[in-house]
Write a protein that binds this ligand. Structure first.
Ligand code: F6P
Length: 407
């Protein structure tokens, strides 16, 4: 009989010497301080943000105080098990999502008034969109060529996956012309993959096309552009008839993408001086109009739960997909319980609860990873002591649930 999987304890800000500890003690206070600095909030909001800052990292977890907020009941259910814990002692995944929700409580995001639905991270996101216009034009030109040639789009799938993966690391201001998007996918980028299951994912798409593909988005700005180019390629190749792009329901993790960020990116592309981004924007908008690209958001993507603990409904919705692509570090942490798994634990074992074929594209920014080979771990750790958190290393991991056996 198959043994039930025993999930190890979660990462916590109290893990001595860990990146989680550094995040709770240094990075979070900095993020809250920056939120005050980059915005022009009234004194009452800054006072609330300063109070939040001063709670970190040893203040207690408390219920939300956000009367009338649409997610208030949900949050107070999610918080209940951790009342009595501190920011540092609560599971890191929980506390990190809670932090961003508490920032919105402080800024009055869900309250009537001048800061209603005002994204406190908007300025940072907008700056991250500031171009290297040349790199954007090159990405768009390649996408426009693929759009007229399905064979080329199919052949480019590995390149598109790599571009979308490293988009999780690189932002527009870093990506200069000499690191041009067309060169992504060559030696350096593949050499920094700790697992590369592109072939299996590609074969899966070939076998099921045309399919429904779901993409769990991560950051706005450059990464989102790479993701839209991937989506455009999946449609051009005939691999997807529909792509559902899942976005966050409210601002979080500073730069996570909202539907508003997609629309803003499209209008930036549509107003570019170069004609290639304009054509890309036109095509993406027509995919949206035709329902081939669906933008959706849900509070579930802002919740503090590991995916294994999601309610039945989002699981049932994902089960309708032929392939779910999960982007980035935070989605990865959610998928693998943000837990202290031995790094060699098979990926398929850890995500065996997942209801659909799953492809993850993630650069490592946290001390959690599964599915690695012992020798590869030794190699990378001796070359780069910061390999788990500096975003220089990536994984492309694929899981396909076993088909149900017919009676
Ligand atoms: O944008 P990404 O790739 O999800 O990265 C954000 C993540 O990186 C971290 O900074 C480290 O894990 C977290 O705070 C968060 O999980």
């Amino acid at each position: 009989m198959e043994q039930p999987l025993c999930v190890p304890p979660p990462l916590r800000g109290t893990d001595p010497g860990s990146f989680a500890e550094r995040t709770v003690r240094e990075r979070w206070p900095r993020i809250v301080a920056q939120t005050i600095q980059v915005n022009d909030f009234p004194a009452s909001i800054n006072k609330r943000l300063r109070a939040l800052h001063d709670e970190l990292p040893d203040g207690p977890i408390r219920p939300l105080q956000d009367p009338g907020a649409p997610d208030l009941r949900l949050w107070n259910e999610w918080i209940a098990p951790y009342l009595g814990e501190t920011w540092a002692s609560a599971p890191w995944l929980f506390a990190e999502h809670y932090l961003y929700r508490r920032i919105l409580e402080a800024t009055g995001y869900f309250q009537p008034g001048p800061t209603h639905l005002l994204d406190p991270f908007r300025k940072q996101k907008t700056a991250a969109l500031d171009p290297s216009a040349e790199a954007v034009a090159m990405l768009a030109r390649a996408a426009n060529e693929r759009a007229t040639c399905p064979e080329q789009a199919r052949a480019h799938l590995p390149l598109l996956l790599l571009t979308s993966l490293w988009g999780n690391q690189i932002d527009l201001s870093m990506w200069s012309a000499d690191k041009a998007p067309r060169h992504l996918g060559t030696t350096r980028e593949t050499a920094h993959l700790l697992v590369n299951e592109t072939e299996a994912a590609h074969a899966h798409l070939e076998a099921i096309a045309p399919a429904r593909v779901d993409l769990l988005a991560d950051n706005a700005g450059f990464e989102l552009l790479c993701d839209l180019v991937l989506i455009d390629g999946l449609l051009a190749a005939g691999y997807a008839h529909t792509v559902v792009l899942h976005l966050k329901a409210h601002p979080t993790f500073v730069s996570d993408a909202l539907i508003a960020d997609v629309l803003e990116l499209l209008s930036r592309l549509a107003n570019a001086s170069d004609s290639a981004p304009r054509l890309l924007a036109k095509r993406l908008r027509s995919h949206i109009a035709a329902g081939h690209l669906q933008l959706t958001d849900s509070f579930i993507w802002n919740c503090p739960l590991p995916m294994r603990a999601f309610p039945a409904l989002p699981h049932a919705e994902l089960a309708r997909s032929d392939l779910v692509i999960a982007k980035g570090d935070a989605n990865y942490r959610r998928l693998v319980d943000d837990a202290h798994w031995p790094f060699t634990t098979p990926f398929a074992e850890v995500v065996s609860y997942f209801p659909a074929p799953l492809l993850v594209l993630r650069t490592l920014k946290a001390e959690v990873v599964v599915g690695l080979e012992e020798t590869r771990i030794g190699e990378v750790a001796s070359r780069d002591p910061e390999w788990l958190t500096n975003g220089h290393w990536g994984v492309i991991q694929f899981y396909c649930p076993p088909r149900p056996v017919s009676p």
